[in-house]
Design a protein around this ligand. Sequence first.
Ligand code: G
Ligand code: G
Ligand code: MN
Ligand code: NA
Length: 253
Amino acid sequence: MRLHTRLKEAMAQGILQLHYQPQVDVESGAIVGAEALLRWHDPELGHVSPARFIPVAEATGLILPLSDWVLETACQQIAAWTQAGTPLRVAVNVSAQQFRQRNLPEQVRAALARTGAQAQWLDIEITESVAMTQPAQAREQLDALVGLGCRIALDDFGTGYSSLAYLKALPVSKLKIDKSFMDGIPQDANDVAISRAIIALAKSLGLTLVAEGVETDAQLAFLRQYGCEVYQGWLFAKAMTVQELTSRLHGVQ
Ligand code: G
Ligand code: G
Ligand code: MN
Ligand code: NA
């Protein structure tokens, strides 16, 4: 397959990049973390979205070397920001197939050990549906990751079928309320009701809530009003290079 062949080459040529989208404290506006997001600007194909090439990587086995690279690069960056005196929490996405690999905790452990990154700065993001499909296996994997010192965030929250019982049983620290709900804030009464319910749920379970896809001041005002703690979205910034984010951390605009 053409995209597969080109992806393999692009990986070998070091063309793939990891960019970082800031996660921001709703009250203070301070950057409290960043989500690592793959970027591929190909000389032939132009910009290829990870939404397109991650499934190809999964279908062809490239996901293993690719996710190794993502973990290693993110951990290197955690170590670098720590050494520079501006430690930052970094969230890494783990795909469905990657999560089903039994050796994921070992992969994470090795990346932390090789780079000297401290696990407390690493968040692992898995989607709600991945966590809920096979809760027994998920539990084992998540326990092992938490045992290393990482935190777990449930991505795209509200779009899957979460059993609230499992939600309580799984060692999860964060919920990321899906962008589709933010899109309806403040005009859609259903999205308002659902978002308020998720914020209340997170609070009562003692989980940190991150709102995704925040694009407007009205959405931010809503989050402030109902007590959502952290947001991520184009209102603040898109995913950016390490250099750009580092400048922001040092207060240089
Ligand atoms: O940032 P963007 O809209 O291009 O991301 C599209 C999708 O690709 C999102 O679902 C995001 O979670 C996923 N994605 C981005 N980077 C990674 C990565 O490093 N690993 C995995 N598994 N998914 C990623
Ligand atoms: O699936 P996941 O939640 O990991 O992916 C997050 C995706 O959302 C990324 O592709 C990221 O680039 C995108 N994203 C983040 N903030 C915004 C935003 O404010 N608006 C839009 N349209 N997309 C966003
Ligand atoms: Mn994510
Ligand atoms: Na998401």
